[in-house]
Design a protein around this ligand. Sequence first.
Ligand code: NAI
Ligand code: OAA
Length: 228
Amino acid sequence: MKIALIGVGAIGSWLQERLDPKPVVVRRGDALPMADVVVEVAGHAALAQYGVAALRQGSDLVIASIGALADEALWVSLQQAATRAKILLPAGAVAGIDALAAARLGGLDSVRYSSRKPPASLSNTLPLDRESVVFEGNARDAALQFLKNANVAATIALAGIGFEKTEVRIIADPTLTQNVHVLEASGAFGTFTMNIAGRPLPGNPRSSSLTAMSLLRCIQNRQSSIVL
Ligand SMILES: NC(=O)C1=CN([C@@H]2O[C@H](COP(=O)(O)OP(=O)(O)OC[C@H]3O[C@@H](n4cnc5c(N)ncnc54)[C@H](O)[C@@H]3O)[C@@H](O)[C@H]2O)C=CC1
Ligand SMILES: O=C([O-])CC(=O)C(=O)O
């Protein structure tokens, strides 16, 4: 299996060390190599630049920057390009995506998500002596306004009841050193609340380490005869 890795930042370097076989690295401006799997860990612009081409050449596409899919035109063009290859959306930094996506099939009534992060992960102009709500609204607006901090909101929207109906709060909390995600859902299955305190990666305080682990699992599942 040939893997192309777009971006070697906090998540990409963690993956690069652990992927087997070793990936071909795509740096800014490089042409996209032929590969069985293309892994995007580079940001919204890189997904827009390489995503459609990867799928058109028949490479499966693993996306980290899921917030970019709040851009309806990009999301439609990726889906249209996926005729010979698959778009793989890992759960990323949050827990409970498996339950949410299963619950959707039985019918969901409501999905609420809150993200609490240390202020510096959101902006360096936020107060450091009290918590502040920096966003309250739906998942589409969250993803469009907070490019680097609402991938989880977008993942939850896609797994659950969509960008418009998913209720999102983003809170800067100076008492935290970790990224805390709370996901609450109700529907025909019952109700659940999932709470995760994610340790950030050393290279980027905004990105929880579980994201990199979730991407590795997604790539390994694609190769494995047992998918869990
Ligand atoms: N799905 C999820 O739950 C999560 C998703 N993310 C997203 O994953 C992506 C990667 O996150 P990090 O590794 O923390 O970011 P990072 O900023 O540490 O690394 C990004 C790397 O991509 C490179 N890059 C940017 N544009 C490029 C291009 N056009 N071609 C090749 N390389 C390019 C940069 O130079 C940098 O080295 C971000 O978009 C982030 O928002 C982050 C955390 C959770
Ligand atoms: O949602 C995001 O973009 C990333 C995030 O909160 C995390 O890694 O904890």
